[in-house]
Design a protein around this ligand. Sequence first.
Ligand SMILES: [Zn+2]
Length: 322
Amino acid sequence: MELTTILNRCYRQKNFVYTKVKFSPNADNEIEIQIVPRKNSKPTCAKCHQHAPGYDRLPERRFEFIPFWGFAIFLIYAKRRLNCKQCGIVAEFIPWADGKNHLTLVYMHYLAHWAKKLCWKDVAISFKTSWEKVFKSVEYMVKWGLENREMNDITAIGVDEVQWHKGHKYLTLVYQINAGSTRLLWLGKERTEKTFLDFFEFFGEKRTALLRFVCSDMWKPYLNIIKGKAPAAINILDRFHIVARLNKALDEVRAEEHRRLINDGYEPVLKKSRWLLLKREENLTENQSVKLSEVLKYNLKSVRAYLLKEEFQQFWDYTSPY
Ligand SMILES: [Zn+2]
């Protein structure tokens, strides 16, 4: 069986033919596969995709294909230029590569696919290619994905932020959170009112009007923007953020009271009680449970705060409207 037979099976080109296959004169581990236009086929304009008569040939170029059996594979083709009625003298469209790219589309797809599973450097090493080529492939696929993505029927979104650069900088992230369709929609620099407003500008009024749920934390500017931009949507506060607030309040009460007890000359009963009070009861060790029940015997503000926090847990399972 010949290599061209295999290629025709897995990567057939309608208007082109694989002809000669040879080892590259440049390197031992490279194979070059010549491509020529099919007989009597007219070139297609790369701009308007109309057929037109040929004009001349450009110099041969190498297009990198998926490597196999330890060989780097290159398709060799000399593009035709054509005289297009609409566009003038332009290069022809070739289905296996895009514009000035030296990587075939199928190879970029292949590298980008692996770049989802491995870090880019590992992909480059595994397939004996460069980090730049992996980067280029991912960039190309992301660009293609963004240009072709469908953004209709989004009725639920969530906004959140992440820290980066050792925690000194923020990014604002907006996700679609519809059941069965969760994905990152948008990413903005920093975490400001303007960042979130930029999202709504990008998202557009039409899509925003379809929103039924917006999930966010309790940051006041977020709440105001959601109210202003998507008044018909229900603003859902994230459970994680609410629990964090409760814990923070409890912790402040405990720290303050602990200091006061010491200053007033009382027994420091709240010493080392921080995690006893903050952890959920079912997560405590046996030892901690005993210590906690000791602390809870005292008539303290911290105990009251703790009980309020614990009581709030009911809220998450509560279903009765009354
Ligand atoms: Zn054209």
